[in-house]
Design a protein around this ligand. Structure first.
Ligand code: PMP
Length: 316
């Protein structure tokens, strides 16, 4: 789908996956005018295909587009484009319980621009790929390291939207962490270097007794759709949930830590290294709360439990 600045997107069309043509002076290549989304389609036992809260992705894309001076498809256009792309690629959706189809919507400044300014034209496209678990560990615990020097976002910046540059910002810290045997990096706020923010591609939660806490959304962390859903699921299961400033010191006495995201779903954290100290959780096992929330969310997403929240969109 294409659109000029100040205009609306016209109806899209299906195309075979392949290379796309871009001007060397496209806004996305020169000034980083790019946004993406990520969601999954699951195959249900009865043959139906399920999406999880796609309107939330559409709304987040629109918020991001506003921050990045880009036009965006309407919520209806977004969902219709996702639906058409998934149905056209139905054969790639793994059987129930064997994975999902990852859906990657991408919005970019495709028009040519030389001086610093928003691009004159935009392209919205969607591609898909079958996926298994994001972390090779699956539901087994992941090991994080707290990054104290590099930050993925600063107040007033673009950390709260899903723009491509945020991901370039994490490559160095994440690469170093992986080379040293960690699964990923846990970032701190850039001002006090004391409050938890998030992991490179997921949100973080800390469990202490019956209280589940997660850093509040304040412009420097991505408002994860899984995060929002887990807060609701946890509340409905009788946990006390808190969105607030969570200090790095709270990691020491936490019972459990887990991460949430479309790709990682709910990933329990087995250890966190902070200033050369390794804090471990649940005897390197999967914490009870993480396990419980993982089961609740995945069985909902795969259509195994009743969708009381009205979060599932059936495509057939
Ligand atoms: N934070 C970041 C930086 C991410 O890239 C993601 C993945 N989209 C998340 C959090 C989790 O968001 P969601 O639950 O919507 O996938």
């Amino acid at each position: 789908m294409k659109c000029s600045q100040g205009d609306s997107f016209s109806k899209g069309e299906l195309q075979r996956f392949g290379k796309i043509e871009l001007s060397p002076s496209a806004g996305v290549l020169n000034y980083g005018q790019g946004l993406f989304e990520g969601l999954k389609a699951y195959r249900k036992h009865d043959g139906n295909i399920l999406l999880f809260r796609p309107e939330e992705n559409a709304i987040r894309l629109r918020m991001g587009a506003e921050r990045m001076c880009m036009p965006s498809p309407t919520v209806e256009q977004f969902i219709e484009a996702v639906r058409a792309t998934v149905l056209a690629n139905e054969r790639w959706i793994p059987p129930p319980g064997k994975g999902s189809l990852y859906i990657r919507p991408l919005l970019m400044g495709s028009g040519a621009v030389l001086g610093l300014a928003p691009a004159p034209e935009y392209t919205f496209l969607i591609y898909v790929s079958p996926v298994g678990n994001y972390f090779k560990e699956g539901l087994a615990p992941i090991n994080l390291i707290v990054e104290t020097e590099m930050h993925r976002a600063t107040p007033g910046g673009t950390g709260g939207v899903k723009t491509i540059g945020n991901y370039a910002a994490v490559l160095k810290a994440q690469g170093t962490a992986k080379a040293n045997g960690y699964s990923d990096v846990l970032y701190l706020d850039s001002v006090h270097k004391r409050y938890l923010e998030e992991v490179s591609s997921c949100n973080v939660f800390v469990v202490k007794g019956n209280v589940i806490s997660t850093p509040a959304i304040k412009g420097t962390i991505l408002p994860g759709i899984t995060r929002k859903s887990i807060l609701d699921v946890a509340r409905s299961q009788g946990f006390q949930v808190e969105e607030r400033l969570v200090t790095v010191d709270e990691l020491i006495n936490a019972d459990e830590v887990f991460c949430t995201g479309t790709a990682v779903v709910v990933s329990p954290v087995g250890s966190i290294t902070y200033q050369n100290e390794r804090i471990t959780y649940g005897n390197d096992g999967v914490g009870r709360v993480s396990q419980q929330l993982y089961s609740a969310l995945t069985s909902l997403q795969m259509g195994l439990t009743e969708d009381k929240m009205g979060w599932i969109v059936e495509l057939k």
